[in-house]
Write a protein of this length. Structure first.
Length: 305
């Protein structure tokens, strides 16, 4: 089937099967183009609760589709490729986190949204890259267990030095491997470009940046800023949306920054999922109920960027 035909079928099925397509900012360009709503993890969680459709096809990684299901237990949430898993979310499990909680009964658990539903179920409050500082600051606890992204934890710790933060040793391979040299060689050729990076980057990369944002924070800032050129220190397909929404500005991507899991969702898989309303996210009632509370608390706090 050619691409045009797939797109036509996708458009028809949205109405026929009452489906809304939510997609993360790192999705491949073709998937971004057919989405009803594009966003970062926080936007997508909020949008999932407001989606006026019986069925959600979620184009992103596992924890994002699971969060949409937890927040909408009565809707069908389809994830077109169940193998699209965030490796960082797999770096913390509920059993090991449980041991750390037992060792630190006075600490509050702040889990990055990039975690499994089981980890969220034993979490006090979730956060995303758009509100990590705001969430930790809002906690009444002096001691915080922060899982699983050590780089995000180190970034948040800069703004709340008064809190003791126990950082889990997880990382995002895509962001952790971003090298200074790649950014500096672009900067050398384009000295007026501002450097925007994601807080999952290592501290040395954060220090190089002009600004640190979640992916939707980058969208908002680049639109509002007077600056005309930007170096984007995050997954490379982020630049597709930025260029599309700011045709008069220039965005330089890091060719090495690819999230293989995000690339698993294709137009063909989206169509298949819309036709069959499969594969569906299924979670136990008990886990969903427990995991909803920390997500809801995070959404009540809202964006911090
Ligand atoms: P955002 O919430 O900033 O889009 O980040 C999600 C993510 O997985 C970044 O790697
Ligand atoms: Fe997970 Fe990193 Fe991919 Fe984001 S970019 S989904 S944190 S592996």
């Amino acid at each position: 089937m050619d691409r045009k035909e797939i797109k036509r079928k996708i458009t028809n099925l949205k109405e026929k099967n009452n489906i809304v397509i939510l997609a993360h900012n790192y999705q491949i360009p073709e998937v971004q183009d057919i989405a009803d709503f594009l966003g970062d993890s926080l936007d997508l969680a909020l949008k999932a609760t407001r989606a006026d459709a019986e069925n959600i096809v979620f184009c992103g990684v596992d924890f994002m589709a699971q969060s949409a299901k937890i927040l909408n237990p009565n809707k069908n949430v389809m994830h077109p490729d169940m193998d699209a898993k965030c490796p960082m979310a797999g770096m913390v499990d509920a059993e090991s986190l449980g041991w750390l909680i037992k060792d630190n009964p006075d600490a509050e658990v702040v889990s990055y949204i990039n975690t499994t539903a089981e980890v969220k179920a034993i979490t006090d409050i979730c956060c995303t890259s758009a509100n990590g500082e705001k969430v930790v600051r809002a906690s009444s606890a002096e001691k915080i267990i922060f899982v699983p992204d050590r780089n995000l934890g180190l970034y948040v710790q800069r703004f709340v030095p008064e809190k003791e933060m126990i950082l889990w040793p997880g990382i995002c391979p895509t962001h952790h491997n971003i090298q200074k040299e790649e950014i500096l060689s672009i900067k050398k050729k384009h000295p007026h470009a501002e450097i925007l990076v994601h807080p999952e980057c290592r501290p040395g990369i954060i220090d190089l940046a002009d600004h640190v944002f979640s992916t939707s924070g980058m969208v908002r800032y680049s639109k509002e800023s007077e600056t005309k050129e930007f170096i984007i220190g995050t997954e490379k397909d982020m630049c597709y949306r930025l260029k599309k929404e700011n045709p008069k500005k220039t965005f330089y991507s890091l060719v090495s920054a690819v999230c293989p899991s995000m690339k698993k969702i294709t137009l063909q898989k989206v169509l298949k999922s819309m036709e069959s309303l499969e594969p569906k996210i299924e979670l136990s009632e008990d886990v969903m109920q427990k995991a909803k509370m920390p997500l809801q608390k995070m959404m009540d706090i809202g964006r911090g960027d």
